[in-house]
Write a protein that binds this ligand. Structure first.
Ligand SMILES: C[S@@+](CC[C@H](N)C(=O)[O-])C[C@H]1O[C@@H](n2cnc3c(N)ncnc32)[C@H](O)[C@@H]1O
Length: 194
């Protein structure tokens, strides 16, 4: 079966991430991806989960309590400050990260991710990504301001050096109403100079 956007984004992370590793949910919202990542890395791993909205942090906190997950550090701050929150040992290699761009469902539609901070966060995470680690970006762009962010993210990822990163786009091209699509970046093994 062809995987839907959620299934595909989670499959990419499941293939790249091992138990015990550190991963990032850059836009935790209601915590769906946070819970997924928490189970993926297990009790010995760590999830750093960011959101600028207190409502999102509270909502994710409730989910974590309900599901008795204790390996998540919830951070009420912008993902563009991710480097500030990485411990020295975590800078040795982030295994995976996910972004869901757009606004929090059933909430204030004017609080959206914005390309400047999104790109800053992606770049910082790429700097600390382990070899074969993956950054998954689920791009929702039907809302006001969404198209600009989509274009800027695509422009940024297209110029990433192909010898350093695999970059893909996964989308359903016969769906109406601006369906979300996935952009994924995987860090390649560094080639030794001959
Ligand atoms: C599409 S929603 C995320 C949905 C979430 N993955 C879920 O499972 O419910 C996007 C979220 O990004 C948050 N956001 C916007 N700008 C942000 C920033 N600079 N840093 C962190 N989160 C941000 C919004 O508050 C919103 O909750």
């Amino acid at each position: 079966m062809i995987k839907n956007i959620l299934q595909f984004s989670h499959q990419l992370l499941a293939d790249a991430v091992q138990v015990g590793e550190t991963v990032i949910d850059a836009t935790c919202g209601n915590g769906n991806d946070t819970i997924f990542l928490s189970n993926l890395v297990g009790d010995s791993g760590t999830v750093l989960a960011f959101d600028i909205q207190k409502q999102a942090i509270d909502s994710t906190k409730r989910r974590l309590i309900d599901e008795a997950r204790q390996n998540v550090k919830l951070i009420h701050d912008g993902h563009e400050r991710v480097t500030t929150y990485l411990l020295k040992e975590q800078k040795h290699g982030i295994a995976g990260a996910i972004f869901n761009l757009g606004y929090l469902p059933r909430s204030d539609k004017t609080i959206i991710t914005k390309s400047e901070s999104t790109l800053q966060a992606i770049q910082q995470i790429l700097d600390y990504l382990k070899t074969n680690g993956v950054v998954v970006i689920v791009i929702y762009y039907g809302h006001e301001g969404g198209l600009e962010e989509k274009e800027n993210v695509i422009t940024f990822v297209k110029q990433l050096d192909q010898s350093a990163y695999h970059v893909l786009r996964y989308e359903f091209i016969n769906q109406k109403n601006n369906p979300p699509f996935v952009v994924a970046i995987q860090k390649r093994k560094e080639k030794l100079n001959k």
